[in-house]
Design a protein. Structure first.
Length: 236
């Protein structure tokens, strides 16, 4: 599920559910949160997120959609928002290296990191608004600007790696990140990060909960999936 590698203050975390496109199920989200909590006391200066398999992360795992309730989905989304906020406010340098599909909550995960490397061929989508969710949109707007964020979320389009760099979603297109040495002590780095990131965790969580708590979330997701399937069928 997760592979962790720690060397000289650099923690590499690899998502390891390739058979599910590294989609975020409850167990994977909790494992990520636990790993980040442990890192807080492990002398870490950099956390790098990678993934095994053909895709970085294809979003929220909906493989059990038939058996879950609106309440189950809401709880899962709250934990995903908690994970995103934890990374956004992390005291260390955070780096995401994406490849293949980086969609939905996976794209939100990518956007939370300070350095965001898109390997050639990476694609990005933010489809949550198509089934009524407000997840990660404010952070996306900080990366790409409010107008661009609204456009990509409301129009439901897809960005390739080059477009993501042009917009500011990705820092670079490369196979691997370039990590220059950090030239300040840990306490100063923590203070700089705190000073440059407004703490809007409560507002972000409230926006997500208000959207996900609207009755019929499961139905909206089912309808979204049906539209996707119909579109694929029309193209074949």
């Amino acid at each position: 599920m997760l592979i962790r590698e720690l060397a000289h203050g650099l923690l590499t975390i690899r998502l390891d559910r390739p058979e599910r496109g590294n989609a975020l199920d409850q167990a994977l989200v909790e494992a990520l949160l636990a790993t980040l909590a442990e890192a807080a006391s492990a002398g870490i200066h950099t956390v790098v997120l990678r993934a095994n398999g053909p895709n970085f992360c294809t979003g929220l795992d909906l493989s059990d959609l038939d058996s879950v309730s609106d309440g189950d989905l809401l709880q899962r989304l709250v934990r995903i928002e908690t994970l995103l906020a934890t990374l956004w406010h992390a005291p260390w340098r955070t780096v995401a290296v994406a490849h293949g599909r980086c969609w939905g909550a996976g794209a939100d995960l990518f956007a939370t990191c300070e350095q965001r490397v898109a390997q050639p061929g990476t694609t990005f989508r933010f489809p949550g608004a198509q089934f009524g969710l407000v997840l990660g949109t404010r952070r996306l707007a900080e990366r790409v600007g409010a107008d661009a964020a609204r456009r990509i979320v409301l129009e439901g389009g897809e960005w390739d790696a080059a477009a993501a760099v042009d917009a500011g979603l990705a820092s670079m297109v490369a196979d691997t990140p370039t990590l220059p040495p950090l030239r300040v002590d840990d306490a100063t780095a923590r203070a700089i990060r705190g000073a440059t990131r407004a703490d809007l965790r409560d507002a972000d969580l409230a926006a997500l909960v208000r959207s996900a708590a609207e009755p019929g979330l499961k139905r909206r997701i089912e309808e979204y999936r049906a539209r996707l399937q119909a579109g694929r069928s029309a193209r074949t």
